[in-house]
Design a protein around this ligand. Structure first.
Ligand code: NAD
Length: 243
């Protein structure tokens, strides 16, 4: 029960990785506020539905979680969107969506959460970046850029706010078996199960990640076991580099 008495806000809570984070945090004793566009079916201590493209929603989320849970020890900025293609195929709408959800929303949430955590003596924030934010993957220019941006922001914030007892780190997964990946295969006309089994052959460990594989590392970064880690970017890739 690493998270007994702890309170946590998780964004993207209804998604593949988000639902695994929520379930693992609660199993280890945390009280959790879930944020996503639709959080209706999720078991949690507080439900804070909304659209992360709404600046007012993002600015108010940390305080809303703090009020609902009577504390805010942990924030997991996990929500994300993927836009595909080179810049020449990236619309203004793709740009605004990707930058809005993947960069501006976590920036706003961290900016609001840090003073709340500092006033309580500290806390932990974990952002979800990507291997593709550390080294560029092909044909996802704006997605890669947003993940590089959140990785850099994590490093900066991790150093700037350590003196307040706030540890800010990021997890950088390679491919994970969630809707984000599956919808891409479906759009291109592939059967997602077959495509994911095929993709698994390119991973030295023999399979792509399941959401639980990533959630476990996020929980480690949020826990006291990672008490000396600030501004770290932790790759979780089954041995597969970005090619
Ligand atoms: P997912 O699509 O299953 O979950 C993403 C969640 O974010 C969804 O529940 C979605 O509703 C929510 N979200 C998106 N836009 C939102 C908005 N405007 N307002 C509120 N909520 C919004 O995908 P996932 O794989 O679980 O993704 C979680 C994180 O992991 C993302 O940041 C993603 O970029 C990152 N990631 C995923 C992979 C992968 O292969 N799946 C690899 C590396 C990093």
């Amino acid at each position: 029960m690493r998270f007994a008495e702890k309170t946590a806000l998780v964004t993207g809570a209804s998604g593949g990785i988000g639902a695994a984070i929520v379930s693992q945090l609660r199993a280890e004793g945390a009280r959790v506020a879930v944020a996503d566009r639709d959080v209706g079916s999720l078991a949690a201590e507080a439900h804070l539905p909304g659209d992360l493209r709404d600046p007012d929603y993002c600015d108010g989320l940390a305080l809303a979680a703090h009020q609902a849970l009577d504390g805010l020890d942990i924030v997991i900025n996990n929500a994300g969107v993927i836009t595909r293609g080179p810049v020449t195929e990236t619309s203004d709408e793709d740009w605004a969506l990707s930058v809005g959800v993947n960069v501006e929303a976590p920036f706003r949430i961290c900016r609001a959460a840090i003073p709340i955590m500092a006033a309580a003596g500290g806390g932990a924030i974990v952002n979800t970046a990507s291997c593709w934010g550390l080294r560029p993957g092909p044909d996802h220019a704006v997605y890669c850029m947003t993940k590089a941006a959140i990785a850099s922001l994590t490093q900066c914030m991790g150093h700037d706010h350590a003196h307040q007892g706030i540890r800010i780190n990021a997890v950088c997964p390679n491919e994970v078996n969630t809707q984000m990946l599956r919808s891409g295969f479906a759009k291109r006309g592939f059967d997602p199960d077959t495509a994911i089994a095929e993709l698994g052959k390119s991973v030295p460990l023999g399979r792509i990640a399941e959401p639980e594989d990533i959630a476990e590392v996020i929980l480690f970064l949020a826990s006291d076991s990672a008490r000396y880690m600030c501004g770290a970017l932790v790759e979780v890739n089954g041995g597969k580099p970005v090619q």
